[in-house]
Design a protein around this ligand. Structure first.
Ligand SMILES: O=P(O)(O)O[C@H]1O[C@H](CO)[C@@H](O)[C@H]1O
Ligand SMILES: Nc1nc2[nH]cnc2c(=O)[nH]1
Length: 309
């Protein structure tokens, strides 16, 4: 899309959205992107208005199980509540969406006036000290696609006011991350419920081979997923404070050693049978099932952070 048609599209999207919102929700302060299976957060909204993605010009729709394709507006948190907008379902490149489409909602939320962006996702753990069920407050990322030419900021700037070269040394807001740990304390979550770590973005839709898992662990990643980083980078370009909460839904299988077919064959020929080890396989069903189990903790945590922003 050229610069002018993007601008027209934003204007059309904004007009369509604003026409459906009451005065109290016209100026959301916080934007939230809900990861796989984590859209239940909307249950905590008051004065909720839901707009289907298909009714917003310029928006795509999500095709992934656990993503709803709806934009939710409402008041969230204690007292009068903070006006928020939440994406109940996101877009991923592996669905065939272009990077500009994946990050379009982030730019739109910035134009709606949000200052803070809270992103949740489901991710696989690469770190033995971060078990399934932990929520990881992301402190940094490794984005192999960004480094190799799949960066959401490639191409014409969508506005002349945006920086051409964006520093990312402070991408994950320390102030918001502090609020996450304080919220966990306030909610009396056990210390181990929340960890800190680095997220590796891969394009998917394949899960990691053992060698890829080992590689990502070696280069410093704690968790891995197929989303989020394009949204973070765009949010930072738009001047937003960004926080990411990754729910660990599975462990990336990195066996100590490989099953040796050579040894098995040789042993069999020598009259000894070796029982092969069981291979663990991750599935999106497993991801969604842990998401369902932990959705409530994520919901309470995000609500508490929003209350204290
Ligand atoms: O990152 P979210 O959208 O939460 O979902 C994660 O779960 C899916 C794989 O099971 C992938 O889309 C991965 O990125
Ligand atoms: N790439 C990747 N994405 C995930 N999303 C949830 N779990 C995983 C995982 O193990 N690997």
């Amino acid at each position: 899309m050229g610069k002018e048609s993007i601008a027209t599209s934003f204007a059309d999207s904004l007009a369509a959205i604003r026409s459906k919102l009451p005065e109290t929700l016209q100026n959301p302060q916080v934007g939230i992107i809900c990861g796989s299976g984590l859209s239940g957060l909307v249950g905590s909204f008051r004065e909720t208005v839901i707009i289907k993605y298909e009714d917003i010009p310029g928006f795509s729709t999500s095709t992934v199980l656990g993503h709803r394709s709806e934009l939710a507006f409402g008041l969230l948190g204690d007292g009068l509540g903070v006006p928020v907008v939440a994406m109940l379902g996101r877009f991923h490149c592996y669905e065939g969406h272009s990077l500009p489409s994946v990050v379009y909602p982030v730019r739109l939320m910035a134009k709606l006036g949000i200052k803070d962006l809270i992103i949740t996702n489901a991710a696989g753990s690469l770190n033995p000290s971060i078990p399934v069920g932990t929520i990881v407050v992301i402190q940094d990322h490794l984005a192999l696609p960004n480094l190799t030419g799949m960066n959401p900021l490639l191409g014409l700037k969508t506005s002349p006011n945006l920086p051409r070269f964006l520093p990312l040394s402070d991408a994950y807001s320390p102030a918001l991350r502090r609020l996450a740990f304080l919220a966990a304390h306030k909610l009396q979550l056990p210390d181990e419920a929340l960890a800190e770590g680095t997220y590796a973005w891969v394009s998917g839709p394949t899960y990691e081979t053992p060698a890829e898992g080992r590689f990502l662990r070696t280069i410093g990643a704690d968790v891995v997923g197929m989303s989020t980083v394009p949204e973070v980078v765009t949010g930072r370009e738009e001047g937003l404070n960004v926080m990411v909460l990754s729910l660990v839904t599975n462990f990336v299988v990195i066996p100590e050693s490989y099953r040796s077919i050579r040894e098995e064959v040789h042993s069999e020929l020598a009259g000894k049978k070796i029982t092969p080890p069981e291979v663990q396989v991750v599935s999106h069903e497993e991801v969604l099932s842990i998401g369902k189990e932990k959705a409530d903790v994520m919901r309470r945590l995000v609500e508490c952070v929003v209350s204290t922003i």
